[in-house]
Write a protein of this length. Structure first.
Ligand SMILES: [Zn+2]
Length: 303
């Protein structure tokens, strides 16, 4: 169970901009500040400007430079709070709600949310051991249906985007928006996400046939009402789909297809850090924000 913090503790730990700045500096540069321009470690503090100066290239920078915080006018404390809220609300938070909570415009809250998603976008690593693989469709008008009814409603619903997910037995999930659920597409994602020789559980979808050439592949026949066969089941990844869909329906109402992968990454990040201490999870987001930039222009025009 995650070790949560409350608002009072949060404000005690991050009472002002200075506290937030030193926390972000520590998380971004855990082995000591290095110049974002030339990597030099000979750094001076320009105290009255809250900036740093590099003894090598002589350029100035701040704790925001060369990260998703770059060029943001939003106070660090609001950034910290946005990160905390986004990583601790199981189903996420809408930009409307976030704007009310932080006292910023909805546009600012929306941009903040997307920059945080940019920071936490998935790292590539291969799962091994025993994994479950399943695909689902996100989008369309699902609001009138109960969550459990949405999991098995056909494989090619119009107006929906397919997403393939892989979950290991430690509960770690990675998921990707895919163009279709053809065998070649699914196989390509599985090869990119799972070590050869691992045990892969799926359902009976034909797109998964042929996996046994590379994996110990077992499947359950959902069509025949079979959900667990021996050790094989896909119940773990399906509970992740259920949470993603509840977030989609109850919180975001709509995730534009353009940004769908980032929302999926947001749910993966929370799933994968659910055992972590809340404060460490916030720190991890700032660590991951290194070398990641997202301008408003790029966000709007991203295809
Ligand atoms: Zn430098």
């Amino acid at each position: 169970m995650k070790d949560e913090i409350n608002v009072f503790e949060f404000l005690q730990q991050f009472p002002d901009e200075d506290a937030c700045e030193s926390y972000i500096v520590k998380k971004r540069w855990p082995t000591g500040i290095s110049c974002p321009h030339c990597k030099n470690h000979n750094i001076y503090r320009l105290e009255n400007q809250k900036r740093f100066k590099c003894g090598g290239c002589r350029k100035q920078f701040s704790c925001r430079t060369n990260s998703v915080l770059a060029e943001s006018k939003v106070k660090l404390q609001k950034w910290m709070m946005a990160v905390w809220i986004l990583t601790s609300h199981r189903k996420g938070i809408s930009s409307v709600q976030l704007s009310k909570t932080l006292g910023v415009t909805q546009k600012t809250a929306w941009f903040l949310g997307h920059r945080i998603r940019e920071a936490i976008s998935q790292r590539r690593s291969l799962f091994d051991g025993v994994v479950e693989v399943d695909e689902t469709f996100i989008g369309g008008k699902e609001k009138n249906k109960h969550a459990s009814k949405k999991l098995r409603q056909g494989r090619g619903a119009v107006g929906k985007k397919p997403v393939v997910g892989i979950k290991n037995r430690n509960g770690q999930v990675k998921a990707a928006v895919i163009p279709d659920v053809k065998g070649s597409t699914l196989h390509c994602r599985i090869h990119g996400g799972v070590e050869r020789g691992a045990t892969v559980y799926t359902d009976e979808h034909l797109g998964y046939s042929g996996l046994s050439a590379f994996y110990n592949h077992e499947f359950v026949k959902h069509g025949a009402g079979e959900y667990v066969k021996g050790m094989a089941s896909t119940n773990g990844i399906e509970s992740f789909w259920s949470l993603l869909k509840r977030g989609y329906i109850g919180i975001y109402h709509k995730m534009s297809f353009k940004h769908l992968q980032k929302y999926v990454d947001e749910f993966c990040f929370r799933q994968n850090s659910r055992e972590g201490v809340a404060i460490d999870v916030i720190g991890d987001v700032f660590f991951r924000s290194n070398n990641k930039r997202l301008t408003y222009k790029r966000l709007i025009h991203a295809s």
